[in-house]
Design a protein around this ligand. Structure first.
Ligand code: SF4
Length: 63
């Protein structure tokens, strides 16, 4: 499995990651990002890389 980390101090909860990988990230009722899992299947590596690149504040990382 690939570990996924979020720097919640950087995240501004714009929801980009939640739109791309809704089973991993979601914007909660209070408008804050929730990380639903800390690992993704290796078969989703390309998907994860896209999310990392698309986060406008660089808050998502592997490992
Ligand atoms: S894309 Fe980045 S800034 Fe936007 S909600 Fe996800 S982690 Fe936060």
């Amino acid at each position: 499995m690939i570990k996924v980390t979020v720097d919640f101090d950087r995240c501004d909860a714009n929801g980009t990651c939640a739109a791309l990988m809704p089973d991993v990230f979601r914007i909660g009722d209070e408008g804050l990002l929730e990380q639903l899992t800390t690992e993704v299947d290796p078969g989703r590596e390309a998907e994860l890389e896209e999310v990392i690149v698309c986060c406008p504040v660089g808050a998502i990382a592997r490992g």
